[in-house]
Write a protein that binds this ligand. Structure first.
Ligand code: ADP
Length: 192
């Protein structure tokens, strides 16, 4: 299996690139943001809880997010591996992911691919996405800036953990979508 963490701040293009990677390598994407939005749409208890954090641009509590991820990972799949998009977002989630992948799949995380984009570009992209996405967390610049703040406060340290394990690679997230994909493909080919 190939198990990849796709990493980067909000608006760095994780979702877009994940789409290309799943096709190229027959992977299954697990996006915690998408899973939360699915729960919000279906008005589940988990959705109501998640929404109260997401609408402020804050992270949903770790244990709630981890439990949801475990449920998703247990679903049978024919995929050749996983892309984790939007998870892990804290040090605690990073440790949990290692354990979960080991326990559920008998496997490990191979690589953390980080998309690098500077903050003002992120804000611009997210405001633009908000014009059409219907996402309440994209509609307001204050919420967007808070998401970026949360990223530096809680999520940036995830990169350090993968660096220590020698699994961290940065790719410039600005440019043509296909060019960025090619760079990501090349990094995955190296570890195959
Ligand atoms: P983006 O990467 O564009 O910020 P996501 O769809 O990944 O968007 O996440 C949207 C929101 O969902 C986050 O701001 C956060 O509130 C919540 N969320 C997603 N993943 C996690 C996670 N791993 N831990 C905690 N909260 C999360």
């Amino acid at each position: 299996m190939i198990n990849i963490v796709l990493f980067g701040p909000p608006g760095s293009g994780k979702g877009t690139q994940a789409q290309n990677l799943i096709e190229k390598f027959n992977l299954k994407q697990i996006s915690t943001g998408d899973l939360f939005r699915h729960n919000i749409k279906n008005e589940t208890e988990l959705g109501t809880l998640a929404k109260s954090y997401m609408d402020k641009g804050e992270l949903v509590p770790d244990q709630v997010t981890i439990d949801m991820l475990v449920d998703e990972l247990k679903k049978p799949t024919q995929a050749a591996g996983f892309i984790f998009d939007g998870f892990p977002r804290t040090a605690k989630q990073t440790e949990a992911l290692e354990t979960i992948v080991q326990d559920v799949l008998g496997d490990k995380i191979d690589l953390c691919l980080a998309l690098v984009v500077e903050d003002e570009t992120l804000v611009g992209r997210l405001l633009k996405r908000g014009e059409t996405s219907g996402r309440s967390d994209d509609a307001d610049e204050g919420i967007i800036r808070n998401r970026i703040k949360e990223y530096y406060a809680k999520t940036a340290e995830v990169a350090e953990l993968y660096k220590q394990q020698g699994k961290y690679v940065e790719v410039n997230g600005v440019g043509e979508i296909s060019e960025i994909s090619e760079k990501l493909y090349a990094e995955i080919e190296k570890i195959k």
